[in-house]
Write a protein that binds this ligand. Sequence first.
Ligand code: PGA
Length: 256
Amino acid sequence: MRTPIIAGNWKMNKTVAETLELVREIRQSLGEAPEQVEVVLCPPFTSLWVAKNSLGRSKFSLGAQNLYWEPKGAFTGEISPVMLAELATYAIIGHSERRQYFGETDETVNKKIQAALAVGLKPIVCVGEVLAEFEAGKTNEVVRRQMRGAFAGLVPEQVQNVVIAYEPVWAIGTGKAATGPGANAVVAQAIRGTLAEMFGGEVAQATRVQYGGSVTPANIAEFMEQPDLDGALVGGASLKAADFVEIVRATAKAKS
Ligand code: PGA
């Protein structure tokens, strides 16, 4: 059984004060996180501490949006996994915006995954093709290459602690989501297929895989009806408490 996981990727949004407000709204509307769904909030680094304090002992988890792979040292402006381990349970690694704007590669993604796992942080590893690759019918090839790069050198026991997010880049922030069956096929073939080749069928079936890209309350059910999709990585809709809560509720309903 794979517990569905809904993660809100706030990206570069929300001050400390705004974070407190959004966390309060989400908790007020949702109450406790439902039993059937793991709910993760990924605010900016600057908000992790207040979010952690305001969540207290509730069942919501926190995630960072990035990290650097060294534990400490002269790396001005970077944040280490050791620092994050005190604040968060998860860390998003390899988001397409980091690949696109900040020079993230399959190699740096791999280093970051290893560094996160070494301190007990659970990576949410993002993979997905850009529009030109999608249109050229190269989706599976691209995602397989990203998967092999990201997971190189890992052992099956480590992969248990990893979540993967399939995010077609053309669907992120565009309002043009993939289709449920389309996303499911990529996850089944390219993501679980590569996991099976690298780590065996059991790991491939046990690993949780989210869909991401223009997820809304209106389309979440279409994704959660798919057998290989175990939740979502939600960007824009995670900034509105009502939308995010509806996405969590719809996931609980679809997966129960
Ligand atoms: P979106 O972003 O939901 O705004 O498309 C998803 C993501 O980037 O993780």
